[in-house]
Design a protein around this ligand. Structure first.
Ligand code: GAL
Length: 429
């Protein structure tokens, strides 16, 4: 054998190998075995922590034998990404999957462009793995068309531990404590609150304030049931006033600032606190900061007993290529797998959406999030985040963004005027 092979001329040997390889591939194809698909995925995870999480997804899909085609559209909160998605779908060329959340999944379902992945979900028993409040969002007409990846808690306050020490304060549990601490920080020359002047960040901050001021029952009546009397009532006015009071503790350079830049200000100690969902933790982790030591995560003042949830998910679009269809199922199956759920969420700052996971590798903020999710669920204080697409149609949400954004920037508008506008905005359909 050895002699014979060494006598073969190089080109001949290459031909033999290629032919053998081609026969092998043909046999695999005929047997319907693992074909590689290029799976294009739209997402908006481009900050340090987010990009690291997206990389986990890419790598694990590639390990399955498929190829990840990145369709990343920068812009926190996903506004830009949704515009890009619309353009592609209208052109009849949707990506295989896109990061879409909440009621928007139903809207895309109504357009007839989503594909069912119910066979994967049934085979893997998703109904038993995902809390019912979340699985119902993922289904269109009773069939799964989207897969959830995580649970983010939105009503967090992130605090630089050294800054707090400098003013000898404890993490604020009430609004009175919050403003007292903010005064002390300001006197010490530290920007008390970091924020980016983008409407979704203002809306998110207001959402946390409203939950802390009014409680979960008020929050649901106002933002989930869109009750006009509650939207323009005295509790809403108080929430708006509290929200506006925060502005005096923010800096002048906020216009257009990205959320992760604001988190960066807390990481370096230029600012002391930020209201932000726990994707902020991804930024602290990338900067090698340790919770409990370098920074603290506490629920927004007054909202200790409640939990605002924001679940990221990928919806699947109708595509023609059978290879891509197979790739979509690979991706769907991957998203709920225990290994992906662990590694992805460790990077993203969220907790696994898959129930019954071992959380021993997760930090104290994640443990608190998981415990508070369960206790809020039992108490009836688990509420969806309207500022992060989990409640309203994009039209109502956009109208709320405008009201809150204008109120934040216009120092002449009264809280009652803004509250009245919220009640009007709720009628946008
Ligand atoms: C949210 C999204 C998070 C995070 C954040 C900032 O809407 O659910 O995953 O990416 O925006 O971009």
């Amino acid at each position: 054998m050895r002699t014979q092979s060494s006598n073969l001329s190089k080109p001949y040997s290459r031909t033999v190998k290629l032919t053998a390889c081609a026969v092998g591939v043909a046999a695999l194809l005929a047997a319907g075995v693992a074909r590689s698909a290029e799976v294009e995925v739209l997402h908006y995870w481009t900050s340090g922590g987010e990009a690291k999480s997206a990389q986990v997804l890419k790598q694990m899909l590639d390990e399955k034998g498929d190829t990840w085609k990145d369709f990343a559209v920068a812009g926190g909160g996903g506004g830009n990404a949704m515009t890009a998605l619309k353009t592609r779908v209208i052109a009849g060329n949707p990506p295989a999957a896109a990061q879409i959340k909440g009621p928007a999944i139903q809207e895309w379902g109504d357009e007839g462009v989503l594909v069912s992945i119910d066979d994967v979900a049934k085979h893997e028993g998703w109904d038993k793995l995902i809390p019912p409040q979340i699985s119902s969002i993922m289904k269109y007409k009773g069939q799964y068309v989207a897969a959830p990846v995580n649970v983010h808690r939105v009503n967090w306050l992130w605090i630089n531990a050294d800054a707090l020490k400098k003013v000898s304060a404890q993490p604020p549990a009430t609004w009175d404590e919050f403003f007292k601490t903010a005064d002390a920080l300001q006197k010490a020359g530290i920007i008390p609150v970091a924020i980016g002047g983008q409407s979704w960040q203002e809306a998110e901050t207001f959402e946390t304030v409203a939950l802390g001021v009014g409680g979960a029952a008020f929050y649901k009546k106002a933002f989930v049931q869109l009750d006009p009397a509650t939207l323009k009532g005295p509790t809403m006015v108080k929430a708006l006033e509290t929200f506006k009071k925060i502005k005096a503790y923010t800096d002048k350079g906020q216009t257009g600032r990205d959320w992760n830049m604001a988190t960066g200000m807390v990481i370096t100690g230029k600012a002391a606190m930020q209201f932000m969902g726990d994707w902020a933790k991804g930024e602290f982790s990338v900067a090698n900061k340790v919770p409990g030591k370098d920074y603290l995560c506490v629920p927004g003042p007054g909202s200790q007993n409640a939990y605002t949830f924001n679940v990221d998910s990928f919806a699947f679009f109708k595509v023609k290529s059978p290879d891509v269809q197979k790739g979509q199922k690979d991706l769907a199956s991957l998203l709920l797998s225990p290994k992906f759920q662990e590694i992805f969420n460790l990077n993203k700052g969220s907790i696994p959406v898959r129930q019954g996971m071992d959380l021993s590798k997760f930090d104290a903020c994640a443990h608190r999030s998981a415990a508070d999710f369960t206790s809020s669920q039992a108490r009836g204080t688990l509420v969806p985040s309207w500022a992060h697409d989990m409640v309203d149609t994009p039209a109502v949400e956009g109208a709320f963004y405008d009201v809150i954004g204008n109120y934040w920037s216009d120092d002449n508008e009264t809280a009652q005027e803004a509250a009245d506008k919220l009640a009007v905005a709720a009628r946008t359909r």
